[in-house]
Design a protein around this ligand. Structure first.
Ligand SMILES: NC(=O)c1ccc[n+]([C@@H]2O[C@H](COP(=O)([O-])OP(=O)(O)OC[C@H]3O[C@@H](n4cnc5c(N)ncnc54)[C@H](OP(=O)(O)O)[C@@H]3O)[C@@H](O)[C@H]2O)c1
Length: 202
């Protein structure tokens, strides 16, 4: 599959390395243009490229991996989100006061993302763990649980299949409203490290 990233930092590069190991293609984008990503693309190697955010959204599966404060501008750069799967890896953190999560009783963070990407099938994924926990992208890596939530069952199944294929255990928590609240920052599953250290066959 082809995965397009809006945001080309720690999250995008870590996930890209896992996908590339298994033959998927990735395109990374940032706000400063593809030329600024030449070194990143060269380090990632075969199957990786860089483009503009608008190019990233040309494809069916787009991963949103920008800081929460940059989400509105990143989503607004794409005029029409209909028909796309948007994987939301963001965490709703205020950089000026990361310890204060604010009022979490309203819409979940991915519901807020979905409102700003009308027509997209939004799936919350990758947000619950620091990327250093999955820094090992080798085929022998330990199997880590990744939670996913979303309102489009078939889009979640497709993502879950890819996650399993590249060596994670995907756990579907339900909708953005219910599962999203469990896995968003401040929820009970955020920061939970569930990793099978030694693979075994039952
Ligand atoms: N780091 C982790 O371990 C981790 C784990 C789970 C979830 N998260 C969440 O995932 C998100 C990304 O985290 P990160 O650690 O990858 O951040 P990061 O390393 O700072 O990367 C953010 C990327 O977004 C790009 N960007 C900023 N504005 C943009 C725009 N308008 N359009 C396109 N690209 C834009 C930045 O590049 P330019 O500034 O050059 O445009 C940069 O490449 C955050 O919401 C974070 O809370 C992080």
């Amino acid at each position: 599959m082809k995965f397009r990233f809006i945001g080309a930092g720690v999250v995008a590069q870590t996930i890209a390395r896992h996908l590339l190991q298994f033959g998927h293609e990735v395109l990374l984008s940032n706000s400063r243009g593809p030329d600024t990503l030449a070194d990143v693309v060269s380090r990632l190697g075969r199957g990786a490229s860089a483009g503009a955010p608008q190019q990233a959204a040309d494809q069916d599966v787009v991963v949103l991996s920008v800081a929460w404060a940059r989400v509105p501008e990143a989503l607004a750069a794409i005029p029409d989100w209909s028909g796309r799967t948007l994987i939301d890896a963001t965490n709703r953190i205020n950089p000026d006061n990361p310890g204060d999560l604010g009022d979490l009783s309203g819409p979940t963070s991915s519901e807020i993302v979905a409102e700003q990407a009308a027509g997209a099938s939004v799936i919350k994924a990758f947000n619950t763990i620091p990327m250093q926990w999955i820094a090992d992208a080798s085929p022998e890596k330990p199997k880590t649980v990744l939670f996913i939530s979303g309102d489009d069952a078939s889009a979640k199944t497709a993502l879950g299949d890819v996650l399993e294929q590249v060596g994670f255990a995907a756990v579907d928590l339900g909708t953005l409203a219910i599962g999203g609240r469990q896995q968003q920052i401040g929820g009970p599953l955020a920061g939970l490290n569930l990793t099978l250290k030694d693979r075994f066959v039952l």
